[in-house]
Design a protein around this ligand. Structure first.
Ligand SMILES: O=C(O)CCC(=O)C(=O)O
Ligand SMILES: [Fe+2]
Length: 198
């Protein structure tokens, strides 16, 4: 990392916030391009044998030849777009990390959410590094420790920000975006990842 940043987690992992990876006008331009050019879809997931629709739209982009299993569905990535490569480079420059894929989320409004989970799929390997870019409406990112559920953190993810998660974070902490019905505007989130094995 270029500058000195403070770890947001008290134990068992590292999370760093870069509040302004992109300025307001770049963020607004990227938001519009991603709204238009990404192949957003509402995908089903299997939860305890039942197929239900995810409460948000998603898309997966990446290097050729990658595939990814995510809560019971296998996804084949679409080819990087120009704007995704621009964002990826910015994330790689400030983090000093490299990524070969990205999972995108579109929260249409405050009724969309992602439940408590860890990004600890086998294909991401041990101690995966995830770079998470937010565009559009601010949403609160909630964290709780996997074992000590009383250990909690909340981070506001604003337009143009980057959240970098590394170390043991994905093994030891759960995260979620909770519904907030006061929110009427959309948010795009891009999580850059590295798939280690197919
Ligand atoms: O929208 C976010 O900030 C988090 C998304 C997330 O946790 C995921 O895609 O795994
Ligand atoms: Fe996640």
């Amino acid at each position: 990392m270029k500058e000195k940043h403070e770890n947001i987690l008290p134990v068992d992992g590292e999370i760093y916030l870069f509040p302004a990876l992109f300025d307001d006008s770049t963020s607004a331009e990227l938001f519009d391009l991603l709204m238009q050019n990404i192949q957003w879809k509402q995908e089903p997931v299997k939860i305890m044998g039942q197929e239900i629709m995810q409460p948000r739209l998603t898309a997966w982009y990446g290097d050729e030849g990658q595939s990814y299993s995510y809560t019971g569905i296998t996804m084949h990535p679409l080819r990087w777009t120009k704007e995704l490569l621009f964002i990826k480079k910015a994330v790689e420059d400030v983090s000093g990390e490299c990524f070969n894929s990205a999972l995108l989320n579109l929260y249409r409004d405050g009724n969309d959410s992602v439940g408590w989970h860890r990004d600890n799929e086998k294909s991401l390997g041990i101690n995966p590094v995830i770079g998470s870019v937010s565009l559009g409406e601010s949403r609160e990112f909630s964290l709780k420790h996997y074992k000590e559920k009383k250990w909690r953190r909340k981070i506001m993810l604003d337009n143009g920000s980057l959240l970098l998660m590394k170390g043991e974070t994905q093994h030891k902490w759960l995260h979620s975006i909770q519904k907030n019905t006061a929110i009427t505007k959309p948010r795009i989130n891009i999580t850059f990842r590295t798939i280690k094995e197919v």
